[in-house]
Design a protein around this ligand. Structure first.
Ligand SMILES: Cc1cc2nc3c(=O)[nH]c(=O)nc-3n(C[C@H](O)[C@H](O)[C@H](O)COP(=O)(O)O)c2cc1C
Length: 172
């Protein structure tokens, strides 16, 4: 898939075929995240994959809008250190946002659709995944092969703000 097509056609897809992802596709997606750029190249992230159906069902309870997690073939949970300094929070989150984008675009390139999810209930996800106390998980991504109706790429479902509304030249 052309990069520009992936950028313009990527959308949040929340239903998936009931079919496991191939090992090659899983590795490609994880490797895309690993290769993301990061602040000072610190790469402050770990990725936990979840494919077990029972665990996915429980994981869906870790947010208020995570129904897609129940249907996912795989979820990747993005785990980051809890920083000592408050100012690091922005850069850690900036970096995992890029990890997520890389993973989702790499997924689309091999025909895998995805949707981001926000974690609200940290006690639930921490209990389920048991990452170290000095780390946290705020975001996850569901992945799966698309249903027939979503198989053909099409423009994002929700409109984007107009180019001229967003872009400023030289000054605001
Ligand atoms: C930081 C972030 C958190 C999100 N959290 C959720 C979520 O909890 N549940 C969900 O269904 N979608 C979630 N989404 C997906 C957005 O709703 C989706 O990307 C947006 O509506 C654009 O959709 P589109 O690309 O299909 O037009 C999240 C997206 C981002 C970037």
């Amino acid at each position: 898939m052309e990069l520009w097509d992936a950028i313009t056609q990527k959308r949040a897809v929340r239903e998936y075929r009931d079919e496991p992802l191939s090992e090659d596709h899983i590795e490609r997606i994880l490797d895309a995240g690993r290769r993301s750029q990061s602040s000072k190249n610190r790469q402050r992230w770990h990725f936990i994959t979840v494919q077990d159906k029972d665990r996915l069902n429980k994981l869906a309870g870790a947010g208020n809008f995570l129904d897609h997690v129940r249907r996912a073939a795989m979820v990747i949970v993005l785990v980051t250190p809890i920083p000592d300094e408050e100012r690091d929070v922005i850069w850690i989150n900036f970096d995992i946002g890029q990890c997520a984008a890389y993973m989702q675009l790499a997924a689309l390139d091999v025909g895998v659709v995805s949707c981001l999810g926000a974690v609200y209930h940290h006690d639930i996800i921490r209990g389920l995944l048991q990452y170290p106390d000095d780390t946290r998980a705020d975001a996850l991504i569901s992945f799966g092969y698309p249903l027939e109706k979503d198989a053909q790429p099409r423009p994002a479902r929700k409109a984007r703000r107009d180019f001229d509304d967003v872009v400023h030249y030289e000054t605001w």
